[in-house]
Design a protein around this ligand. Structure first.
Ligand code: XMP
Length: 317
């Protein structure tokens, strides 16, 4: 029978045997998988694990600071890199979802490579790849991989001659969570919703601008905080707000407004491959809508997505 305690024990021993005194770099994303991989490696090789956490300017509100603080608190050897401008400048004028993903993936590799080169004699690249990612990348010609290119697997640029270590590549998500819990990771990290690598860029339809990112961050924070306050965050598999570049007419006082809309998305799922929209209670939706429209400048309308996957996808891009 599989237990997280036994997995932790054997994996740490295996990592120590495999890595010895070698240095390892790992890109932390703030998500469950890379966090659990980092803690396991940290337990195995301590300061020889060099973690890099990149702010791509497309994270949720206050996420970069909050997560970096949390990781430092855990004792990780971590470097935060502010690359907001680099990412946002490469997204200017790009409207196609796949081209946005490509631009973000390309800049990420450049930024990460710059940082990895600063770790002298680094031998290994660690990744938080889990079993379903492995399967998905094998079926490269299958529908799921061609509909949207995921960047978590095979992200190793040729010019980095590093060996790859993936301590979680036999585990499913629920097992990763159990391992994280037995490693003492807090609910703040273990319980967080999945968040796509390209971040808010694929939740802003069409061109991404710093102004739209700021608006979406505010609306999304109101949404997520209300889900937490209502005790619903942990019941939902994934939730987030989407910026719709559609203008519609509204009234504010005696003024006519002509502004953008925010869409709220919340889904139930097991693995993201299929998903049902969540029947969030009307009073909660009402409160979120009022708060977003009253507080977020530039938004005069909020809508709720009642589409399941398939045929819709979870993200809008
Ligand atoms: P879709 O939109 O395909 O999303 O139904 C399924 C799950 O995958 C996430 N997702 C991504 N994750 N890079 C990622 O790391 C991506 O480009 C990407 N696109 C979608 C999405 O958030 C959901 O959890």
């Amino acid at each position: 029978e599989w237990t997280s305690e036994a997995f932790v024990e054997t994996t740490i021993a295996d990592l120590q045997a495999k890595l010895g005194d070698d240095k390892v770099v790992l890109a932390l994303s703030g998500g469950v998988d890379s966090s659990v991989a980092a803690i396991l490696l940290h337990k195995a090789i301590g300061k020889n694990l060099h973690c890099i956490f990149v702010d791509n300017g497309l994270l949720r509100k206050d996420e970069y600071e909050g997560v970096l603080e949390q990781y430092k608190h855990l004792g990780l050897n971590i470097k935060g890199v502010d690359a907001k401008e680099r990412f946002l400048s490469q997204l200017a004028g790009v409207t196609d979802p796949e081209l946005k993903r490509k631009a973000i993936g390309r800049v990420f590799i450049e930024v990460f490579d710059d940082e990895a080169h600063q770790v002298q004699d680094v031998k290994w690249l660690a990744q938080g790849t889990i079993y379903p990612d492995v399967i998905e990348s094998i079926s490269v010609n299958g529908p799921s991989a061609t509909i949207k290119s995921h960047h978590n697997v095979g992200g190793l640029p040729d010019f980095m001659k590093l060996q790859v270590v993936e301590p979680l590549n036999t585990l499913f998500k629920d097992e990763v969570r159990r391992v994280g819990t037995s490693l003492g990771l807090e609910h703040f990290i273990i319980g967080r919703h999945p968040f796509p690598g390209p971040g808010l860029a694929i939740r802003i339809l069409g061109e991404v601008t710093p102004e739209k990112v700021a608006i979406l961050q505010e609306a999304d924070a109101i949404y997520i905080n209300n889900l937490k306050e209502a005790g619903l965050y942990d019941k939902v598999w994934q939730a987030g707000a989407i910026f719709l570049p559609v203008q519609s007419v509204g009234v504010m006082g005696d003024e006519r407004t002509y502004e953008n809309a925010i869409c709220l998305r919340a889904v139930e799922s097991v693995d993201g491959m299929t998903a049902d929209w969540c029947h969030l209670p009307y009073p909660v939706l009402a409160k979120i809508s009022n708060e977003i429209i009253n507080k977020v400048k530039g938004i005069n309308r909020v809508v709720y997505d009642i589409s399941s996957k398939p045929p819709a996808t979870i993200e809008w891009e």
